[in-house]
Design a protein around this ligand. Structure first.
Ligand code: C5P
Length: 408
């Protein structure tokens, strides 16, 4: 059910716009309030009047309509929604989104929003397969935009291939996945602390020890926590990922800085340690760039143990978060290692996954995890890192709720 959810639907200029009418009808049937913004192209395919009748609200098209702007401005349009859905998302609209163009009401609303955005692309197969579209999609995915479809099939232009917009029922399924609070769980009023990415441990002013963590999982967790209504602090080692609007991001380099930032962010209800923290740092960082001597064939670097952030946060104390979750990236005997880690670090849950090179999990978009807790092991099917994040945060919300009820 989507009772009380507010969806802002942006309708682009493609023949699939007719399916957006059915989408509005089905969303309202499920209890959502829908407000529609059409691009000029969209209004050539379906009239704003049709959307107004089905949504029960005025449908907007013009950025420079003084009356609309006075009554409800473009910023307000984007802020009042729980989720922004773009259906159909044309190649042109995706290109504008990827490049931050804001030259009509639809694109301006998309630039002004701090809410999650779900897009349902629809276009000719050649436009979908064009390298420019692939580039734009990669940028949008990195920005945290979610996608549903396109599907493969016969197209209105007489061709066959991927490019058909997903059916309204599939778009609604995707909306419910992005808005898990649609199922009644929420993290409103909770503070979620997440560590993410690698750490860089300096050797000298220009060199460092690092690892291959991309930070994708931690960023996906931050976005999922935000979507569930939490206040989120993301403590991130160096990554190439853009900041997530609405999430407080603290950028750090070393494990020691990450620990300081994590402790400074307390109190928190949930702490999730997804960072790939270096176990060791160089014991004596050189103040000047290290030089190699003539004939030198080896260099010995003394290393010291880094603090364990997860174990520190999970240790019994007045400021221990209610739920402390760690990750275990393993390449063999995954569950046994994860169970040992659970007790050694004092965490409540460990999310264990196999990061053997063949799996493509490290740095990739997918993951396959096992949720290990004091009460047992759950094997989750393979899924996208963002879907896993949504599922884990929904679980955390349920657990907090259950603990609160038990304490009352
Ligand atoms: O000990 P190991 O690195 O396998 O443990 C992984 C888990 O512990 C992850 O959740 C990671 O974020 C956390 N960790 C940490 N600080 C460290 C090492 C690991 O928070 N120094």
């Amino acid at each position: 059910m989507l009772d009380g959810k507010r969806i802002l639907l942006i309708v682009g200029g493609g023949i699939a716009a007719y399916k957006a009418l059915e989408l509005v009808r089905q969303l309202r049937e499920r209890g959502a309030a829908v407000r529609v913004v059409l691009t000029e192209g969209g209004s050539h395919f379906v009239t704003p009047l049709s959307f107004a009748v089905l949504s029960g609200e005025k449908a907007f098209t013009d950025l420079f309509d003084l009356k609309d702007e006075a009554e409800i401005g473009h910023i307000q349009l984007s802020r009042e929604a729980d989720l922004v859905v773009v259906a159909p998302a044309t190649a042109n609209l995706l290109a504008k989104m990827a490049n931050g163009l804001a030259n009509d009401l639809a694109s301006t609303v998309l630039m002004a929003t701090d809410k999650s955005v779900l897009v349902a692309p629809a276009m000719n197969v050649r436009m979908w397969e064009h390298p420019a579209t692939s580039r734009n999609i990669a940028v949008l995915r990195a920005d945290g935009v979610r996608f549903v479809g396109p599907e493969e099939g016969d197209m209105a232009c007489g061709e066959f291939g991927p490019g058909r917009m997903s059916e309204p029922s599939e778009i609604i399924d995707a909306i419910e996945r992005v808005l898990p609070s649609a199922h009644g769980v929420s993290l409103k009023g909770r503070h979620v602390l997440i560590t993410s990415g690698p750490t860089h441990e300096p050797i000298d002013p220009v060199r460092y020890i690092a690892n291959r963590s991309s930070g994708k999982q931690g960023h996906a967790l931050a976005l999922a926590a935000k979507d569930l209504g939490a206040r989120v602090t993301l403590i991130s080692g160096p990554t190439h990922l853009p900041d997530i609007p609405g999430v407080t991001t603290v950028k750090v380099e070393t494990a020691a800085d990450m620990l300081d930032a994590a402790l400074a962010a307390l109190p928190a209800d949930v702490a999730i340690c997804a960072a790939a923290v270096a176990d060791w740092r160089v014991a004596h960082q050189a103040e000047e760039k290290l030089k190699k001597a003539e004939g030198q064939t080896a260099l010995n670097l003394a290393l010291s143990r880094n603090p364990d952030i997860l174990a520190t946060l999970a240790a019994p104390s007045a400021s221990r978060p209610t739920l402390v979750i760690g990750f275990a990236a393993e390449t063999e005997t995954i569950i046994t290692h994860a169970q040992a880690k659970l007790s050694r670090k004092g965490a409540d849950w460990i999310v264990a996954n196999d990061v053997s090179p063949g799996t493509g999990i490290m740095g990739g978009g997918h993951t396959e995890v096992h949720l290990v807790s004091g009460t047992g092991v759950e094997d989750w099917p393979a899924m996208g890192k963002d879907e896993m994040a949504t599922k884990l945060l929904a679980r955390a919300a349920e657990a907090l709720h259950a603990m609160q009820l038990a304490a009352e």
